[in-house]
Design a protein around this ligand. Structure first.
Ligand code: NAG
Ligand code: NAG
Ligand code: NAG
Ligand code: NAG
Ligand code: NAG
Length: 468
């Protein structure tokens, strides 16, 4: 939360900083530190003109960012570092899952670090669970790679699911993954989908069309102008209708049963794709598709904000009790988890509309200086860490331990529903600064950033209330 009297010029600016939070976990104490790399962009285009709108979320828009280099981070003395690494051990397996796990070893390792024990719940929504889902699809295809089947029988699914979870835990992943990510053995069985083998699948689906659409998913375009998602949906629909009579086809469109059959069939389509693509290509594609899905919604839980509504109704100018109440409310919300910059837009909009429903008609985000970053986990007690909207992984570095990258588009004012600020932020704009991380990476490697700063701070100091 910024102080009430924060410079409004600063607030209205947009520029990016990248924080690399490196987290060290120290034995039982779990002293956790982070490394911060600050790289404000030296030049940002004056205007971003956006093209196609996302599926019904926001209209196309323009934003006009100004760039004011400013560095809110105190340069602090470096605390002692305690780099530490997940303790790994030999997993105990059921002995009943006939899979050579070494062929998917890289994906398993990636999943284990993405769901590393102390971080899993904080990154479950955007990092851990999407990667777990991807692993499940890839595993399903690996299991059956010698046969004509695209799915596992229930008994094999039970054993293999248990082995996969044991292996993940043995490599440092949190053992709560099944509950955290709502995955279970039946996810490997194809469920109620009537097509479970390659021969019928390839008879029913236009496979060249499906492969064309999904063999190289464009991370910038797929969420806005989807190519692979509709191809998967079409294939799932086709196989879901195999064996259905005309009467059934015309009687039950949209019914609950149809929807769950189509969902189960999507799992079969994913498994087929995993058979055709390399594990790495399949994983990259699946993570981009998950990214589109998770960025569309706000994953935070909002309690009824009655105290804020009471304090802020009929307020038209900066009002200490309204802002105090709003700050208190958001301070609790922001502890829930790490979210992406696009999710933060959704969260701000969702919460704003809750306030409006309660009769708060003034833009209290503006009055009280609430930024997008205020909706995410805080670093330095006051700087939100927004994850990038593109799929990201937790990185396990052999020197620094766990790290992950934050995209601090933190000077973007939180959008108040139906204000002009809302129409000035699009969720679908490859050209736009907010989610355009690949551009930033290019700029970074081309050296156009002027300032760099690294600071190490114990995570305890930042988010101790979260982890303990
Ligand atoms: C498992 O696969 C790896 C290569 O992917 C191979 O080197 C190894 O021999 C295989 N192990 C078994 C038991 O088949
Ligand atoms: C695993 O995650 C849960 C939250 O989902 C957390 O309470 C627990 O402490 C984590 N386990 C470890 C060993 O950090
Ligand atoms: C696993 O199954 C559950 C319901 O049984 C479903 O909600 C979830 O989306 C499935 N996950 C995947 C990755 O298919
Ligand atoms: C498969 O889809 C492609 C377009 O991607 C189309 O040209 C082709 O005719 C289709 N094949 C069949 C058998 O429908
Ligand atoms: C870290 O790993 C790299 C290779 O991945 C290796 O060259 C380097 O020596 C390792 N550093 C330490 C401190 O183990």
């Amino acid at each position: 939360m910024e102080p009430l009297i924060a410079d409004s010029h600063l607030r209205s600016t947009i520029y990016r900083r990248f924080l690399i939070f490196a987290i060290w976990l120290c034995g039982f104490q779990q002293v956790v530190s982070q490394e911060v790399v600050l790289k404000p962009k030296s030049s940002v285009p004056d205007k971003f003109v956006l093209s196609d709108p996302p599926a019904g979320l926001f209209d196309p828009i323009e934003i006009s960012p100004a760039v004011i280099p400013h560095n809110p981070y105190p340069v602090e003395p470096l605390p002692p570092m305690y780099p530490s690494f997940p303790s790994t051990y030999e997993p105990i397996l059921t002995g009943k899952c006939p899979v050579n796990f070494s062929s998917i070893s890289d994906i398993v390792d990636k999943t284990a670090s993405d769901c590393s024990a102390p971080l899993a719940a904080l990154v479950g929504n955007v990092i851990c669970c999407p990667q777990v889902n991807s692993l499940m699809h890839i595993f399903q295809a690996t299991y059956s790679s010698e046969s004509d089947m695209l799915v596992l029988h229930q008994a094999a699914a039970n054993d293999c699911f248990s082995d996969v979870m044991s292996i993940l835990a043995s490599r440092g992943a949190n053992s709560t993954i099944p509950a955290l990510c709502s995955v279970k053995p039946s996810n490997l069985t194809g469920g109620s989908c009537p097509v479970k083998d390659i021969t019928s699948f390839e008879k029913t689906v236009n496979t060249s069309k499906l492969l064309d659409a999904c063999s190289a998913v464009d991370p910038l375009k797929e969420c806005c102008r989807p190519v692979c998602q509709p191809a998967i949906m079409e294939a799932a629909l086709r196989i879901s209708l195999v064996g259905a009579s005309m009467l059934e086809i015309f009687n039950i469109p949209g019914s609950g049963t149809t929807i769950s059959v189509v969902n189960d069939c999507k799992g079969v389509v994913y498994a087929w794709l995993s058979r055709k693509l390399s594990p790495e290509a399949a994983n990259a594609a699946f993570r981009i598709l998950s990214g589109c899905k998770v960025n569309k919604v706000c994953p935070l839980t909002f309690e009824e904000p009655s105290s804020v509504i009471k304090a802020c109704r009929d307020v038209a100018s900066p009002n200490p009790s309204c802002c105090a109440s709003l700050n208190t409310y958001i301070a609790a919300i922001q502890k829930q988890m790490l979210i992406t910059n696009r999710q933060a837009i959704n969260c701000a909009t969702l919460f704003g509309s809750m306030l409006q429903k309660g009769g708060v008609m003034t833009n209290v985000y503006e009055l009280c200086d609430v930024d997008l970053k205020d909706f995410s986990l805080q670093a330095y007690g006051q700087q939100g860490c927004l994850l990038r909207s593109l799929p990201a992984d937790i990185v396990l570095d052999n020197v620094t331990g766990f790290s992950f990258t934050c995209d601090l588009s933190d000077n973007i004012a939180a959008p108040w529903p139906s204000s002009s600020s809302l129409s000035s932020l699009s969720l679908c704009a490859p050209e736009m600064s907010l989610p355009a991380l690949p551009i930033a990476q290019t700029s970074r490697s081309s050296g156009s950033y002027g300032l760099e700063m690294r600071t190490l701070i114990p995570l305890m100091y930042l988010v101790s209330s979260l982890l303990f």
